[in-house]
Design a protein around this ligand. Structure first.
Ligand SMILES: [Zn+2]
Length: 364
């Protein structure tokens, strides 16, 4: 039987300056007792606005500051709070770990989940999955949920005040979206949600790339200076919705496998997900023998916003170590196998070094 086309997305997406002041109004149909699972900075930056949004309501709400990573232990602790306090809605406030803990807690307790990202660095807010890491923080697997979050609410003012490195990394993650989906379409590979790729999904991915090219540089300047501008709003939407829903329904290919491969290199521990995805995107284009103009356009973009185009910028100085990453990127089940003609570790290694050489040329 042919694979059915599938589109999944959060039921509601809200974005804008002061969006959190509307939290209660926009989520009250979900229940009357809320648990906010917050990162440290999430609590500091959001709790006041959220509390204000509940003014005049009879709802109960609790803030719980989340510690460390989204481990089984931390998820168990949150589940106990949910049961003891008879929570009806789980809310994740923060970056990737707080979001993943909230998604997992809600899933196991069969409750709706709302996501409030305080940085726009990855696809985590809008997708219907969590990324699971091993204890040594290398990539383990994806954990799939039956649905995407009930609502995602992004306050642009909070994003404008977050360190710009998160916005830049988010643009790197978003950069892969169109090219990875295009690779999946070429081979009839399924999306991340294991469905056929719909035209509408592809349209989101294309718009994601166009928005990055049009607004990336200006958005970076705005964020550096804590200004909320139309360009920043456009990039927040590209990083969060277009990239998240696009990847979920459009599929992944080489760029994300390169990231998973690089988690095996200890020297890259501090390098952000989106930075590696950006370099992985250039690598993918080389593997595809993409037109020179297209490769140049992508590299120009990376350079303009401060995304890496060389291995050195990813903290890799010993290129022989790239072999380890290439092996891990090509293990069975990796999305790199969605590429036309498939890719071997050897081919990927050569493409990674070729991408690095092109990048070095860029600085000459
Ligand atoms: Zn990603």
């Amino acid at each position: 039987m042919a694979v059915l086309k599938l589109l999944r997305a959060p039921s509601k997406y809200l974005q804008g300056k002061g969006a959190l002041l509307h939290f209660y109004e926009e989520t009250k149909e979900l229940g009357s007792s809320f648990l906010f699972i917050c990162s440290n900075s999430g609590y500091k930056n959001c709790s006041e606005k959220l509390t204000e949004s509940f003014k005049g309501s009879n709802c109960e709400f609790y803030f719980e500051v989340f510690k460390g990573i989204s481990s089984t232990g931390e998820i168990e602790r949150m589940r106990k709070i949910v049961q003891d306090r008879k929570i009806q809605v789980v809310v994740g406030v923060g970056g990737g770990s707080a979001i993943d803990t909230a998604k997992a807690t809600a899933y196991y307790e069969k409750l709706p989940v709302v996501i409030i990202p305080t940085v726009v660095a990855t696809d985590a807010p809008c997708t219907g999955l969590s990324v699971i890491y091993k204890d040594d923080s290398t990539f383990d697997s994806y954990l799939f949920y039956p649905k995407n979050p009930e609502a995602v609410i992004v306050d642009s003012e909070i994003i404008a005040h977050a360190p710009v490195k998160f916005l830049i990394a988010g643009m790197g993650d978003a950069l892969g979206t169109y090219f990875e989906a295009r690779a999946c379409v070429r081979t009839d590979s399924p999306s991340l949600e294991n469905g056929g790729i719909a035209l509408s999904a592809m349209a989101l991915c294309e718009l994601c790339y166009k928005t990055l090219l049009k607004n990336g540089y200006q958005a970076k300047l705005a964020c550096e200076n804590h200004l909320v501008t139309p360009a920043l709003e456009a990039i927040i939407e590209a990083n969060t919705y277009l990239s998240g829903v696009g990847a979920d329904n459009g599929g992944l290919a080489t760029a994300h496998s390169v990231y998973n491969g690089f988690t095996a290199l200890s020297e890259c521990e501090e390098v952000m997900h989106g930075s590696v995805v950006a370099f992985g995107t250039i690598t993918q284009l080389l593997l595809e023998d993409a037109p020179k103009e297209e490769i140049k356009e992508v590299m120009d973009f990376c350079h303009s916003v401060g995304l890496p185009v060389t291995l050195k910028e990813l903290s890799v100085t010993d290129v022989s170590r790239v072999k380890i990453a290439a092996e891990k990127a090509c293990i069975p089940g990796e999305t790199i196998h969605n590429m036309a003609g498939d890719v071997t570790p050897d081919q990927l290694y050569d493409a990674l070094l070729a991408a690095d050489l092109l990048g070095q040329d860029y600085f000459k």
